[in-house]
Design a protein around this ligand. Structure first.
Ligand code: HEM
Length: 230
């Protein structure tokens, strides 16, 4: 391969700390909540379980409660991650800005994906990867906002009551509650598509560039051949 030196038994690896503990905890909490939200959300959309006639078990109610608990976990993680992105001590994510505005970095990443070279980047992510994460963050914010609008329509006291006025404004602005519900449903598919590609790419880059990839979001460390350090 012309693009990078082959990795042999003698290749020296450097250990880099790339993900802090809080970033890793947020990642897995988000993964768990998105999985639970997709499953419970699709059930809410199509409640196929029927409780026995004499039963007072409100299946839909329990599933909706689970959806809302995971929804609030996602809200907490989304807010924390936005804060950490801008204000964390470690600037491993913010450094990606340099790549996003660099044509060279974009070309480098696209070429690397087409088997034509390695893609050194300034931060933890390549520019395309960064933009996809940015997009999925916007989708998460959209789901949190529309989720809270739906929530305010289910619970009229406490937080739901407090959110009533802004929820009504957003409902009106979006064209009615049915439209809010529909968009909350459509955007669910963005997460399903994202997760499939994300898991594939995480495994693929580890194999393709011979470094720690999936493991780093568990341990926090990446291992790179010393001649490919960036
Ligand atoms: C990735 C995040 C999320 C996904 C994939 C998701 C998915 C869904 C889906 C598919 C539905 C059913 C819509 C329909 O009836 O067709 C739904 C309903 C709902 N979601 Fe979410 N949701 C997410 C986040 C949230 C959040 C953050 C909240 C806020 C607490 C929330 C609250 C609700 C509520 C209250 C409903 C309506 C329940 C009902 O009609 O009884 N969701 N969600």
């Amino acid at each position: 391969m012309a693009h990078s030196k082959a990795v042999s038994d003698q290749t020296a690896y450097a250990r880099l700390h790339i993900f802090s503990g809080i970033i890793r905890v947020c990642h897995w909490l988000r993964a768990l909540s998105i999985l639970a939200l997709v499953i419970t959300g699709f059930y809410i959309a199509w409640p196929f379980l029927v409780a026995p006639q004499s039963s007072d078990v409100l299946v839909q109610g329990w599933i909706r409660m689970a959806h809302e608990i995971f929804g609030f976990i996602l809200i907490a993680v989304t807010v924390s991650r936005v804060y950490l992105f801008f204000f964390s001590k470690d600037n491993i994510e913010r450094r990606s800005f340099a790549d996003v505005i660099s044509l060279k970095a974009w070309k480098g990443q696209l070429k690397a994906y087409l088997w034509m070279g390695h893609n050194p980047h300034a931060g933890a992510y390549g520019p395309l990867q960064f933009m996809v994460y940015f997009g999925i963050t916007l989708a998460a914010i959209f789901m949190c906002v529309t989720g809270l609008v739906l929530y305010a329509n289910v619970y009229h006291q406490g937080l739901g009551g407090t959110l009533w006025q802004p929820a009504m404004l957003i409902t009106e602005w979006m064209g009615g509650l049915a439209v809010v519900r529909l968009w909350h449903h459509y955007v669910t598919w963005a997460f399903i598509i994202f997760v499939v590609i994300h898991v594939y790419m995480a495994v693929w880059t580890g194999i393709r560039f011979k470094h720690n990839s999936v493991d780093s979001i568990v341990s926090g460390y990446n291992y790179l051949p010393k001649d490919q350090q960036h």
